[in-house]
Design a protein around this ligand. Structure first.
Ligand code: SAH
Length: 248
């Protein structure tokens, strides 16, 4: 082969190889993350600058979960706004700030085992799965639990499981947990959840005297008992179950 032809072949091969590289890099990023990347970045900036979310692991997790994938199709354009949104079965996907704040209060790392009560759409489950080693999530409404599990698998997340039962009882089979997050508001702190926490573990739970309004409570389990902190007012859908509100 003449020298110039050889060079041309090499150049073409190089171009082909680099375009294959670009394609396979894109193939590893789920299509859903390529969409809405600008509003998602704006949401992360708002969490950091306006809401003072400081844990870089939490900000990175929120950057790496396509929130629009978890909301009804008609609401996708509003997925990254500063608000909660309705999902099916009269439930809601929490405001991004609440998801970030609750996750930050859990103080997770790559070795944490986490229990979540109230999977809803599965969005918070996906965020937790990006930081923790293993996430066990409970949802009392069967259709929501199934849909949440399907979305999580579609996003190729394999360290999170969603099951359908009353989460106020906890999930003893996988206890003890480093962190427990309750995404619905009950009248008191469910006792089984404290029992299933490791010493030093964190439980974040909305607690309120009425079904409509709560305080965001963090419980840290200690050798002697527990430390309870109040992190301000919040409004969640009701926690319904044996250690929650009665079904109406
Ligand atoms: N974190 C969710 C939002 C959850 S809304 C998200 O990111 O989409 C609260 C959810 O808690 C609802 O889906 C509701 O059905 C569920 N829930 C209420 N009581 C529950 C209980 N005792 N056990 C499990 N799930 C419960």
């Amino acid at each position: 082969m003449r020298q110039s032809t050889k060079l041309k072949v090499q150049r073409i091969r190089h171009i082909l190889q680099s375009s294959t590289l670009v394609q396979s890099a894109n193939r590893h990023q789920p299509a859903s993350l390529q969409e809405y990347s600008i509003p998602r970045e704006r949401m992360v900036a708002r969490l950091r600058e306006h809401y003072s979310i400081k844990d870089p692991k939490v900000l990175e997790a929120m950057r790496n979960v396509p929130r629009h994938f978890f909301v009804p199709e008609a609401l996708r354009g509003r997925a990254y706004g500063d608000h909660a949104l309705p999902i099916s079965a009269s439930q809601t996907i929490s405001q991004p700030f609440i998801v970030a704040r609750m996750t930050e209060l859990l103080e997770l790392d790559g070795s944490s085992r986490v229990l979540e009560i109230g999977a809803g759409s599965g969005y918070q489950t996906a965020v937790l799965s990006k930081i923790a080693a293993q996430v066990y999530s409970i949802e009392r409404i069967g259709d929501l639990a199934r849909e949440a599990q399907t979305r999580i698998r579609q996003l190729e997340i394999y360290n999170a499981t969603v099951k359908c039962f009353d989460g106020t009882l906890g999930w003893a089979a996988h206890a003890p947990y480093d962190g427990i997050l309750v995404a619905a508001g009950g009248p008191t702190i469910p006792e089984p959840l404290i029992a299933q926490l490791k010493v030093g573990g964190r439980l974040v739970v909305p607690v309120g005297e009425s079904r409509e309004a709560q305080r965001l409570i963090r419980v840290i389990k200690t050798e002697q008992g527990k430390k309870v902190e109040d992190h301000g007012a919040c409004a969640f859908v009701p926690l319904i179950g044996q250690h929650g509100w009665a079904e109406k």
